[in-house]
Design a protein around this ligand. Structure first.
Ligand SMILES: NC(=O)c1ccc[n+]([C@@H]2O[C@H](COP(=O)([O-])OP(=O)(O)OC[C@H]3O[C@@H](n4cnc5c(N)ncnc54)[C@H](OP(=O)(O)O)[C@@H]3O)[C@@H](O)[C@H]2O)c1
Length: 342
């Protein structure tokens, strides 16, 4: 079987702020045959994530864990799709799968223990898109980062940055379920409104209206921060550390404000870290892969019980991948950014 497909590639390495012009959509023919041992998937939803920018750079510490992206070549990415042909017992035509697919119409994969590809149960009653957001890597990141790294206790004070984003919106809601006091920051008033009035944050603010983040956080946390879930790095991290309580924990999830500018780095006061005995722990969601089913089981129940709202921001068509991706860095997304293929 041979299908006409298209894939999104970068034209060159991307070192600064990404724009649509950095990408091109290329045509490809994808071949599958019964003896190939492979599974052919027609992609339905593609995940659009900030970490891909670090893969697009010529050099990045992220390449220690995830391969760099080669200009002109296909880009693997988390997604959901339908099996259209299979040369393996475990997958049948018509199965819906989620896992590492690609920014392309069709993906071929060869099942192996190292390949993450889950089959959805026929009884699954939640929208397929949720398997890219709350029940996908964002959910795993938020759950592992908050519960395993942040280790919240009831009554503790939690600060979340990029709080209306895919990971942040879940972290804040999970922290509320743990009995914490939660404040989030985001880049527009509409996002702040969402956090306070729909997602149940105790408070929220627009960081773009706060020229002095240290004093802003002092206002929102007069008794100090116990857990900071960091999605942005830079001066937000510096300000959070300056307002942390003794034995505070920083779950260092992402530093998106530093991805687009190699010269922009947090310069924390490390004496503060020492004397307040603060733990700063970077973590990688995939380290918790063996507990993926456990985490998503809990999150699914919370969604069904109406305890967690899933915020998704869905663009249409493969050609919208570049603009959807660029939107992450201009703050144009609310919740999980993904692309639905026709
Ligand atoms: N460690 C892991 O395993 C792991 C896994 C997934 C994600 N992450 C990280 O988690 C963070 C959030 O990822 P996500 O997928 O949930 O993305 P997201 O929050 O849904 O989207 C990115 C958001 O970041 C904010 N932002 C962009 N540029 C910024 C800047 N210069 N300063 C401050 N905020 C900025 C924007 O919101 P505003 O309008 O609020 O500015 C934007 O909407 C990223 O840093 C990502 O790399 C880490």
């Amino acid at each position: 079987m041979e299908v006409e497909s298209r894939y999104v590639a970068v034209r060159h390495h991307v070192e600064g702020l990404p724009s649509e012009d950095d990408f091109e959509v290329k045509a490809a023919r994808v071949r599958w045959w019964p003896e190939s041992g492979e599974v052919l998937v027609r992609n339905l939803y593609l995940s659009v994530d900030p970490y891909q920018l670090n893969r697009m750079k010529r050099r990045s510490a992220s390449h220690l864990a995830v391969d760099g992206i080669v200009p002109g070549e296909r880009i693997d990415a988390y997604g959901a799709g339908e099996v259209v042909a299979s040369a393996c017992e475990e997958y049948k035509e018509g199965d819906v799968v989620t896992g590492v697919l690609g920014w392309e119409d069709y993906t071929l994969f060869r099942p192996s223990p190292g390949v993450l590809m889950s089959k959805l149960a026929a009884s699954d009653d939640l929208p397929l898109s949720h398997h890219l957001s709350a029940l996908g890597t964002s959910g795993m990141t938020a759950y592992a980062g908050l519960y395993e790294v942040g280790r919240p206790e009831a009554g503790e004070k939690v600060f979340v940055s990029a709080a209306s984003g895919s990971v942040g919106s879940l972290v804040g809601q999970f922290a509320k379920l743990a009995g914490c006091y939660v404040v989030g920051c985001a880049g527009t008033n509409a996002k702040v409104d969402l956090l306070k009035n729909k997602l149940g944050f105790d408070d929220a603010f627009n960081y773009k209206d706060e020229p002095d983040m240290k004093s802003a956080l002092k206002r929102y946390f007069p008794d100090g921060i116990d857990i900071y879930f960091d999605n942005v790095g830079g001066e937000t991290l510096e300000a959070a550390l300056a307002n942390m309580n003794t034995y505070g924990r920083v779950a260092l999830c992402g530093v998106i404000s530093e991805y687009t500018d190699a010269g922009h780095r947090a310069v924390p006061d490390l004496l503060e870290v020492i004397y307040k005995r603060i733990t700063i722990r970077g973590f990688f969601a995939w380290d918790f892969l063996t507990r993926f089913a456990e985490f998503t089981g809990v999150i699914s129940d919370w969604i069904r019980q109406g305890k967690v709202q899933v915020i998704e921001d869905i663009s249409d068509g493969l050609e919208s991948v570049p603009s959807a991706f660029a939107a992450l860095f201009s703050g144009d997304n609310i919740g999980k950014k993904m692309v639905k293929l026709a």
